[in-house]
Design a protein around this ligand. Structure first.
Ligand SMILES: [Zn+2]
Ligand SMILES: [Zn+2]
Length: 338
């Protein structure tokens, strides 16, 4: 599936790629749709898609089918997951140990296809072999899970804490599942409807329906003896919810801004609380090679099983319909198989 610009996704026959030096070609065994793809299809993406036309889709797992000269540590037939980016390892952010903020992050697209060629920088830094027991459709969650993991590491969730997550899309759920796996008490805030009902059985401590709870912040304070949550996470990318996330956090607590808002938006901030209650306000963006590896370990260990976030399974020809379902809020993640 080739992206030609906003609203223009085309099915095209392309030759199976041949790997150059340091490159690798893999057959895609499973790909997942992502809200980012929906946004990109609507308005393009300046960072992930610097030029068009381009192959499309960025969450995938598969099998190595061809290796270029000089690739070490991988063989034809290996089952692998690849991240959708690779840091440069040379810029100030990379050297400071924050490769998710790399100033020259190399992005790769093409999950919605039969084969994908991976550039040498990605092959050497961000391709992870899979245990035989880890199915491709679970391994394909490595990229979104790595983003959630980076975020949760930034706030240092501890056992017994209350963690409130605003937003019950797939990433909100992954954030909640990670917090729950660290023995936090997780409160999920979402809007009633089929997604809410479907995800209730994920086993979080509390679900708050933001449409009927009236003031979600008050409901969270009621549920925490008036204190608020030690950790408050926005996974909606809406400025008004960022404000609620700050309002819902306890003294000394941490707020994680996970959902990216539209450019140019701002929020109001209570300076008195932020100072005298020592609030920690943190952004979290993307992932690192270390988080990709740890996400694969978490998926392989069964500590976190993401299967229930797949609401539909569709063939490659129907990627357009799959993204349309996502855009209408009628799908969580769609598993695409060639
Ligand atoms: Zn994604
Ligand atoms: Zn860099």
């Amino acid at each position: 599936m080739v992206f030609h610009g906003p609203g223009d996704l085309r099915r095209e026959e392309l030759p199976v790629p041949v790997p150059a030096q340091g490159e690798l070609v893999m057959r895609i065994d499973a790909a997942l749709t992502c809200g980012t793809d929906v946004k990109t299809l609507r308005r393009g993406h300046p960072v992930m898609i610097p030029k068009v036309p381009t192959v499309f889709g960025h969450e995938f797992a598969g099998t190595v089918t061809a290796l270029g000269a000089g690739v070490k540590g991988l063989r034809e037939g290996d089952r692998v997951v690849a991240a959708n980016s690779a840091p440069c390892a040379a810029c100030p952010s990379c050297r400071a140990g924050r490769p998710n903020l790399c100033e020259d992050l190399l992005f790769v697209n093409g999950a919605y296809g039969e084969y994908i060629a991976l550039p040498s920088r990605l092959v050497s830094r961000n391709v992870v072999p899979l245990a035989a027991s880890l199915p491709a459709e679970r391994a394909a969650f490595a990229e979104p899970l790595a983003c959630a993991l980076l975020a949760i590491e930034r706030v240092k969730v501890e056992p017994g804490q209350t963690v409130v997550v605003f937003g019950h899309g797939p990433l909100g759920c992954l954030l909640g599942m990670l917090a729950a796996s660290r023995q936090a008490r997780v409160v999920m805030v979402g809007k009633s409807g089929w997604r809410f009902d479907r995800l209730k059985h994920l086993g979080f401590a509390t679900w708050l329906d933001a449409t009927s709870a009236g003031n979600a912040v008050e409901a969270i304070r009621d549920a925490t003896g008036g204190r608020g949550a030690e950790v408050s996470v926005d996974a909606t990318g809406r400025p008004e919810v960022w404000e609620q996330a700050v309002d819902a956090v306890a003294r000394g607590g941490s707020v994680l801004f996970f959902g990216g808002c539209a450019p140019g938006t701002t929020i109001r901030l209570d300076t008195r609380r932020t100072h005298y209650e020592e609030l920690t306000l943190l952004g979290a963006f993307h992932h690192t090679p270390e988080m990709i590896r740890r996400a694969v370990e978490i998926l392989a260990s069964g500590v976190l099983v993401p299967d229930s976030l797949i609401s539909h399974r569709m063939p490659l020809d129907e990627v357009g319909q799959a993204l349309a379902l996502m855009a209408k809020g009628e799908a969580l993640k769609v598993l695409i198989r060639a």
